[in-house]
Design a protein around this ligand. Structure first.
Ligand code: NAD
Length: 314
């Protein structure tokens, strides 16, 4: 049993910590959102009052935060992880962030005398709940191997990707493909309906044919076909459009830096932008199906999009 510190208990961090608790670890966690903290506490997490309170005395610290700016604030800000952990603590950032921020965290951790790995995940909240996430881990081999021991109860696949920031590079490319696949599943689904196909019959075909993808099997954006689809719950978020837009933006920025044309990726980013413009950024990203069936503008009441938590430490 290990003492684990955890910052960021949202859609992913909540169920991930529940699996660490089930595996017998003592997990002390913090989130700026009291509701997220209370939900995690109901699953056995020990609620902390601040980042420093969550991480002091921990053998390993995990962070699962929205963006690079949040990760930088939580590690490097006043009262942050680097100024609060005990000597020898292993640091693992599982957020999906840009490569530059990840490099900054590697550098700052090394300067403060800590081992750090970038370890983003794939598998969605269904994978987080089931403990079947794929972790891609960049960093020094000894730290990657030690991090893997703690990661086991949350994962089905642990794949070392190479040196610092390569985990983030792999994740950014993976998610570019995911969101293009999601847009493809949305277009196929709506066209199948308009051609008079039964939604279940079409899904049964596509899921064992060349139209198959993780997006089709897990996020199929038509209600009543796939149990894990957000379409069943009026697009309550499992992966917000705001975060999806962030991820595809990371791919586009990386593509610009490497002179790589991403014509389809850029188009899908514009689709997410239209959802944000309709003030639906807090809804699940599979809501882009409404751009295909034409109902986004018609039936969505503008909502208060919950602003991503401030990039502060607390
Ligand atoms: P989320 O918005 O549900 O959760 C993030 C949590 O971080 C929130 O509860 C927020 O309050 C908290 N937070 C922000 N700043 C904080 C701070 N300074 N101190 C403490 N807590 C703070 O997001 P999520 O869906 O859990 O995603 C987390 C990360 O994982 C993102 O980088 C996302 O891109 C990535 N990811 C998400 C999925 C998914 O399906 N949702 C899958 C793979 C990876």
């Amino acid at each position: 049993m290990a003492a684990i510190g955890w910052i960021g208990l949202g859609n992913m961090g909540g169920p991930m910590t529940a699996n660490l608790v089930k595996a017998g670890h003592e997990v002390r966690g913090f989130d700026l959102n009291p509701r997220a903290l209370a939900t995690a506490a109901a699953n056995g997490l020990i609620p902390a009052s601040s980042v420093a309170d969550a991480v002091s005395g921990a053998e390993v610290v995990f962070t699962m935060l929205p963006k690079g700016e949040h990760a930088i604030a939580v590690y490097m800000g006043e009262g942050g992880v680097l100024s609060s952990v005990s000597p020898g603590t292993l640091l693992v950032d599982s957020s999906t962030i840009d490569v530059e921020s990840a490099q900054k965290l590697h550098d700052a951790a090394a300067e403060a005398g800590f081992r750090f790995v970038d370890a983003p995940v794939s598998g969605g909240i269904s994978g987080a709940q089931a403990g079947t996430l794929t972790f891609m881990i960049g960093g020094e081999p000894g730290a990657v191997s030690d991090a893997s021991t703690f990661i086991k109860p949350m994962s089905a696949n642990i794949i070392p990707t190479g040196g610092a920031t390569t985990g983030q590079a792999a994740k950014i490319c993976n998610n570019l493909m995911l969101f293009i696949n999601l847009a493809g599943a949305a277009e196929g689904a709506v066209l199948a309906d308009r051609l008079g196909l039964d939604k279940q019959v079409f899904w049964d075909i596509a899921s064992v044919s060349s139209g198959d993808s993780w997006a089709l099997r897990t996020w199929y954006p038509i209600a009543g076909v796939v149990p894990s689809s957000a379409a069943n719950t009026a697009f309550a978020p499992t992966f917000t459009t705001e975060l999806a837009n962030k991820d595809i933006g990371l791919a586009i920025a990386a593509a610009q830096a490497t002179d790589t044309p991403l014509e389809i990726g850029e188009h899908v980013q514009q689709m997410f932008q239209r959802v944000l413009d309709a003030e639906q950024g807090g809804k699940d990203c599979s809501i882009i199906v409404k751009l295909v069936d034409g109902t986004l503008a018609l039936d969505q009441e503008p909502e208060q999009v919950p602003a991503l938590a401030q990039a502060q430490v607390n």
